[in-house]
Design a protein. Structure first.
Length: 387
């Protein structure tokens, strides 16, 4: 049996919202998982953890970390204890994401057409026109179904009172959906009875929804258009994701060299108080170029201040939010580690569809608030309960 001290020693502290514990009691949504775990020994759990690692290794579930210009491929760290979201919580998240994506699509439509938001002075016109990603040639260009954002990964975190906040919008090529799918498959392998017993909603429909949206967006009026998935190639950090989605959708994976075309800074008001902020480069991803002000030296802060003053639009600052914690199985013990959540939304002619779940990223280092895999983070299977 699972020793009581495994749970009794689970110290969540007082400064973070914990997904499993509240007032020294297990939350209702975790009761089934805890009861299941209590029927297992530490040795059995450790064997499950080792099996998960072997499955990730054998299936090549990897990501790439860039260091000194070289790509190092690593197995994606996975924690075997799922992150559980209630039906009520998910309904709240889902309605908020729908509202936000509708607003973001309307914003992009306006910026590339009537530009009322600029004319009314809501957004400074120089902020838009000086952005390197603003494409002047797209001004006035008709977009099918007025959909500017087809795939979105909205990063959510919880403050110490349990309130959900949006950390950032990933609207170009949000990565991680393949890990969401693989995490679920691994959980099914190591705990085959646990998911049906807890009435967990499925995430496996994502590739089908994406493929249907791509078919419906084809400019050719045909029921079977040619669809490919474009990848920068094997040295891209998300190449595993590209191959996985191409395989699950049943489409060709192509690189730029395979295709032929014929005939044809967010401003900050001040740099004071950076020791209480997270500073990110607006054009970076994966946690690169990020300053955690509360853990940075004075020299690092001064260096960022100078860089921000020199080119303010390349940086964005956010207050440091504590992030909720969730239980992780580490070296035979349960340890709280900070988590975020990236649900995935697909926009198509039939509206916005959000897969019930997403990628829960975990800051595996004790005390860390950085969940990016390239910075030592991992992930969990994310369960959304049906009721």
């Amino acid at each position: 049996m699972l020793p009581n001290e495994l749970l009794n020693s689970y110290d969540v502290g007082v400064h973070a919202w914990d997904e499993m514990y509240a007032h020294q009691a297990v939350r209702p949504q975790y009761q089934g998982v805890v009861e299941f775990l209590q029927q297992m020994s530490i040795e059995e759990l450790s064997k499950k953890e080792e099996l998960a690692k072997r499955l990730f290794m054998s299936q090549g579930i990897t990501f790439t970390v860039y260091s000194s210009g070289e790509g190092i491929e690593k197995i994606f760290p996975f924690d075997i204890i799922p992150r559980i979201i209630t039906a009520t919580e998910w309904n709240y998240i889902e309605s908020g994401i729908r509202q936000r994506l509708k607003a973001l699509n309307l914003f992009l439509k306006d910026v590339y057409n009537n530009q009322f938001i600029l004319k009314d002075g809501i957004v400074p016109i120089e902020m838009v026109y000086s952005c390197p990603h603003f494409l002047r040639e797209m001004y006035g260009f008709s977009i099918p179904y007025d959909i500017y954002v087809h795939i979105a990964g909205i990063d959510l975190i919880r403050d110490q009172d349990g309130t959900f906040y949006i950390l950032e919008d990933n609207l170009r090529t949000p990565s991680g959906v393949s890990y969401m799918l693989e995490n679920r498959e691994i959980t099914k392998r190591i705990f085959p009875d646990l998911i049906p017993r807890n009435n967990v909603r499925t995430v496996t429909e994502y590739p089908d929804i994406l493929h249907r949206n791509l078919v419906s967006l084809s400019p050719r009026q045909t029921a079977n258009p040619t669809i490919v998935l474009l990848t920068p190639g094997i040295y891209n950090s998300a190449y595993f994701e590209h191959t996985t989605l191409a395989r699950l959708m049943g489409v060709e994976l192509v690189e730029g060299r395979d295709l032929v075309v014929d005939n044809h800074r967010v401003y900050m008001k001040t740099t004071a108080g950076l020791n209480r902020m997270v500073v990110k480069k607006t054009n970076e991803s994966g946690g690169y170029g990020m300053l955690m002000g509360n853990a940075a030296s004075e020299e690092e802060i001064d260096r960022y201040k100078a860089a921000i003053v020199q080119d303010p639009r390349q940086y964005i600052a956010q207050p440091i939010i504590n992030l909720s914690s969730a239980p992780c199985y580490m070296n035979g013990r349960l340890k709280p580690r900070r988590v975020d959540l990236r649900p995935y939304a697909l926009c198509g002619p039939d509206g916005i569809q959000i897969v019930p779940g997403g990628l829960t990223r975990v800051a595996l280092r004790e005390g860390s608030l950085v969940v990016n895999s390239s910075q030592g983070g991992g992930s969990k299977d994310t369960w959304v309960l049906a009721q």
